[in-house]
Design a binder for this molecule. Structure first.
Ligand code: AMP
Ligand code: GLY
Length: 444
C-alpha cells in the first residue's frame, strides 16, 4: 500500500497526457463541471493508466493544468453531446446536479454514449425532497417525520402545532438555499411566504420536517443499480467561520476519519440507508448509475437521513478521492455500462482539506487578486474559483482553492494541511482554522 504522506500531486500539464506510442489505446474522458469537485475527479482520472486524454467542460484554471478545458456550459446538453461525438469521447463523467437535472445522462444514453451519472428520473432522489421523503417512508429508510404542503395556510397551520425549531425545505433544486431552520412561528411564516406565496425558487411544494440533533456526516457510494460500493466517510463544514459561526457556504473544509462514527454505525448506514435506497430506486424503475450521497445525522435515536444527493459532494470529493488506490476509470466505466466494478481499494490514513475563500464570501467579494505559492504545496491543491490573467493566477470566485493533505490520523493531517495552507499568499483570502474540530474534540 502506498504511503498516505505522498498524496498524488496536482501539477501535471495536459500536454504530458497527450497520446504517445505506449498509451495510444488510452481512453478519452470528458468530465462535466467546473469546481473543486471536478478538479478532484480530473486528478483521480489523471492517475489512471488507461486514460490518455481528459477534457473538462467548462473546467477552471487549475483543471486546465491537468486536462483540456472545453468552453461549454454544464447544462448545454446538445453542445456536450456534439462535443463527445466529435472528439471520440469514450466515457463522460458528470459532476453537478444541474447537468443531471438537465437530462444530460438521458441524452447521452439515447445516443449510445457511455456516461457516469444518473438519469433525470433517478436524480429525483436529490431534486425532489418530497419524492425522497416518500421513498424513505415507503421503504423504511430512517429519516425525520414530515408533511408536505403547497398551500401557505395549511403549512402555517401545521407548523404552528409542531415544536420549534421547525425545518422547512423547498421541494426542488434551490442552490443550497432551500432549507430554513425556523426558530419560531414568525420565522416560519416568513420563510413559507417566501417559498409558497412569492415563489422565491419557483412554483413548488414545501416539506416541513422535525428538527433532528447530532453530528452530521457524508456517506458517498458509487452505485450501479443494486450494487453499492462505499467510499470513506467524510464531514463537511458549512458555516463560514470558526466554531461553526457565520452564514452557510458551499463548504469551507472537510476530512475523512470520523472518530464519532463507529464501524457498527457505518455498517448500519450502509445496509439500512445506502443499499436500501439503491434497491428502492431500482424497484421504483429509477435505477441509480452514479454517486449516491447520503447526508446523514447520528441522532440519539440512531442514524437518519437528512438528505440524499445524486452526485459527488463538494468539498467531500476533494478529501475522499485522493484516498482511492484503485483505477477510478474502471469504476466509472463499469457503472456507466452496467457491469460489476472491481471492489474499490482505499489507502490507509486520513485526509483533511481546507478551503481558501475570497474575503466577504458568501456575500459580496472582489475578484482578480494575485495568488502565489500553490506550486510549493506538498499535497493536493484543488481549484474552485481561479483564473489566469496574463499568466498570473488570480482569484475568480467565492471559494477559490482547497488544499488537501494526508496524515496518519486527523490531528496529523490537520497539522500538515495548515502548514501547506501557509505557503499560499494572497491579499484577499480567508479560511477556517478549525477544520475537523468535531473529531479533535471527541473523546469516545
Ligand atoms: P439539506 O439541504 O436537506 O441538506 O439541509 C441543509 C442543512 O440543514 C443540513 O445540512 C442540516 O444541517 C440542516 N437540516 C436539514 N434537515 C434537518 C433536520 N431535519 N434536522 C436538523 N437539521 C436539519
Ligand atoms: N457538501 C455538500 C454538498 O455537496 O451538497
Amino acid at each position: 500500500m502506498e504511503s498516505i504522506y505522498v498524496l498524488p500531486q496536482t501539477h501535471i500539464a495536459p500536454e504530458n497526457r497527450e497520446i504517445t506510442l505506449e498509451n495510444c489505446i488510452g481512453k478519452t474522458v470528458l468530465v462535466i463541471g467546473s469546481g473543486g469537485r471536478e478538479h478532484a475527479i480530473v486528478d483521480a482520472l489523471s492517475r489512471s493508466p488507461q486514460v490518455s486524454r481528459i477534457y473538462c467542460a467548462p473546467g477552471n484554471a487549475g483543471i486546465g493544468q491537468q486536462a483540456f478545458n472545453v468552453p461549454l456550459k454544464d447544462t448545454d446538453v446538445e453542445g456536450l453531446l456534439s462535443f463527445a461525438r466529435d472528439n471520440q469521447v469514450d466515457l463522460t463523467v458528470v459532476g453537478p446536479e444541474a447537468s443531471l437535472a438537465a437530462g444530460v445522462v438521458d441524452a447521452f444514453r439515447a445516443a449510445g454514449l457511455a456516461i457516469f451519472g444518473h438519469t433525470r428520473a433517478a436524480t429525483a432522489i436529490e431534486s425532489s425532497k418530497e419524492f425522497a421523503k416518500e421513498l424513505m417512508g415507503k421503504y423504511g429508510i430512517p429519516t425525520a417525520a414530515y408533511r408536505s404542503f403547497s398551500s401557505y395556510d395549511e403549512a402555517v397551520a401545521y407548523v404552528a402545532g409542531r415544536p420549534f425549531p421547525a425545518v422547512l425545505k423547498y421541494d426542488g433544486l434551490a442552490a443550497g438555499k432551500g432549507v430554513v431552520i425556523a426558530q419560531d412561528l414568525e420565522e416560519a411564516r416568513a420563510a413559507l411566504a417566501s417559498m409558497l406565496l412569492d415563489e422565491a425558487f419557483g412554483k413548488g411544494r414545501v416539506v416541513i420536517e422535525d428538527f433532528l440533533t447530532g453530528p452530521e456526516f457524508s456517506f458517498l457510494c458509487f452505485v450501479d443499480g443494486e450494487r453499492v460500493y462505499p467510499m470513506p466517510l467524510s464531514q463537511d463544514h458549512k458555516r463560514a467561520f470558526d466554531g461553526d459561526k457565520g452564514p452557510n457556504t458551499g463548504g469551507m473544509g472537510a476530512y475523512t476519519g470520523l472518530p464519532f462514527i463507529t464501524e457498527e454505525d457505518r455498517a448500519f448506514a450502509y445496509e439500512n440507508i445506502l443499499c436500501k435506497a439503491a434497491a428502492a430506486m431500482a424497484a421504483e424503475g429509477r435505477p441509480l448509475s452514479g454517486v449516491l450521497y447520503g447526508g446523514l445525522m447520528k441522532t440519539p435515536s440512531g442514524i437518519k437521513v437528512i438528505e440524499f444527493n445524486a452526485r459527488f459532494g463538494d468539498p467531500e470529493t476533494e478529501v475522499v478521492l485522493p484516498l482511492l488506490e484503485s483505477d477510478i476509470y474502471e469504476i466509472f466505466e463499469a457503472v456507466a455500462t452496467g457491469r460489476p466494478a472491481p471492489e474499490p481499494r482505499w489507502r490507509d490514513g486520513v485526509t483533511l482539506g481546507v478551503v481558501l475563500a475570497s474575503k466577504g464570501y458568501p456575500g459580496h467579494y472582489d475578484k482578480g487578486f494575485p495568488i502565489a505559492g500553490t506550486e510549493s504545496v506538498d499535497g493536493c491543491v484543488y481549484h474552485m474559483g481561479t483564473a489566469f490573467r496574463d499568466g498570473q493566477l488570480v482569484t475568480a470566485g467565492g471559494r477559490v482553492l482547497m488544499v488537501v493533505a494526508g496524515g496518519t490520523d486527523v490531528a496529523d493531517a490537520r497539522e500538515r494541511v495548515y502548514r501547506e495552507v501557509a505557503k499560499i499568499h494572497c491579499d484577499n483570502l480567508f479560511h477556517r482554522n478549525d477544520i475537523a474540530h468535531c473529531a479533535l474534540e471527541y473523546h469516545g
